[in-house]
Ligand binder design. Structure first.
Ligand SMILES: *Cc1c(COP(=O)(O)O)cnc(C)c1O
Length: 348
């Protein structure tokens, strides 16, 4: 199978890392490895002097942790809801009884930043929850602009960068991001199972709330000073993560990775235009291409599986998403587009 979902194709020898002998995590060697992972991740996120917590959980675990430990200490949250992931922030706030207002954004549209600023002035939140890339639609939001507005009105900024980390430029210190999250199966393109919270140095002595035993920041941070996690970590994925970070550094770092992802996206977007598939995102992330097919949308994903391709249905009728991590040659992207065009023509 050729995977255009998360994770995308992973190099076979990197996949193999998870099949090697499983290390015991309560050793100094494992702790040292985790500490080097933390340092590399902080460098890549532009989070100087900050901390990371790596949870054995999917990305939503990190979102949950951000709300229970931090957002719940605030008096009012505002949530940018531009799709199902924005809605998840809002649902988490409701679930934990956090006072919040939603700021809705239309499907695949950018934010009207002037109106957004006026709403911040009117609503007076003290924390904003948003996405860099709303993965359900393909739309990228301008975090630098959002960060400026937040700074101006003293609003703390929490960003879900799960699908944009390593595909679109983001820098926590520059953009004034207090908490940021990502997870292993997206930009890092390794097995699912780890989610990462980045904590800015500005929150160094923050008095976190204690609403979640497993995800408790204070307990996790204390253990992580020795490179340890309070509970059994997914050791094999930590090994893959160490290897992935080494490869990223050897291949030119974050900027080079972003360029590679963007190039694949550009190739596939030209193919969409050639076949007449509309791409609705006003300002698309490099992470994936979202597009409408012109026929047979109901059966597209299952027919493509028969042809050896995974792509993601988009939730909206006839809308699909093709992710751009991992190896994707021009020929492979052309073969994918040809297969999609072929399914469009099939009479069921
Ligand atoms: C994938 C993703 C998540 C996490 O989803 P999980 O299924 O919990 O891994 C969160 N936010 C965004 C924007 C995502 O793309």
């Amino acid at each position: 199978m050729k995977s255009y979902v998360f994770p995308c194709e992973i190099e076979p020898d990197l996949r193999q890392v998870a099949a090697e002998e499983i290390p015991y995590m309560r050793t100094a060697a494992f702790g040292e490895m985790v500490k080097t992972i933390e340092q590399d991740l902080l460098d890549m996120a532009g989070c100087k002097g900050g901390r990371t917590i790596i949870f054995t959980a999917s990305g939503t675990g990190a979102m949950d942790a951000a709300v229970t430990n931090y957002v719940s200490t605030k008096s009012k949250a505002m949530v940018i809801v531009g799709g199902s992931f924005g809605r998840r922030w809002s649902e988490l706030c409701s679930y934990y009884g956090v006072n919040h207002v939603d700021y809705p954004v239309d499907f695949a549209k950018d934010i009207d930043y002037t109106k957004f600023e006026q709403t911040i002035i009117a609503e007076k939140p003290d924390v904003l929850l948003c996405h860099h890339h709303e993965t359900s639609t393909g739309q990228l939001f301008d975090i630098a602009r959002i960060g400026d507005i937040c700074r101006r009105y003293g609003v703390s900024l929490v960003v879900d960068a799960v699908s944009s980390f390593l595909s679109d430029y983001i820098n926590m210190d520059e953009m004034g991001i207090d908490l940021m999250i990502t997870s292993s199966q997206k930009g890092l393109n390794i097995s699912p199972g780890l989610s990462i919270v980045f904590i800015s140095s500005r929150l160094k002595d923050y008095r976190w709330a204690h609403l979640s035993y497993y995800f408790d920041f204070e307990t996790n941070l204390k253990n992580l000073t020795r490179g340890q996690t309070p509970y059994s970590p997914a050791t094999t994925i930590f090994m893959q993560l160490r290897e992935r970070l080494d490869r990223l550094k050897a291949d030119g770092g974050v900027d080079a990775n972003i360029r590679r992802v963007r190039q694949r996206a550009e190739i596939f977007r030209a193919l969409c235009d050639k076949y007449g598939w509309k791409r609705p995102a006003e300002n698309p992330s490099n992470c994936l291409t979202g597009f409408f097919v012109n026929a047979n949308g109901d059966r597209m994903a299952s027919e493509l599986i028969k042809r050896g391709f995974y792509i993601m249905p988009g939730g909206t009728p006839d809308y699909f998403r093709v992710a751009h991590f991992g190896r994707q040659t021009v020929e492979e992207l052309e073969a994918l587009a040809a297969a999609i065009a072929e399914v469009e023509q099939v009479k069921f």
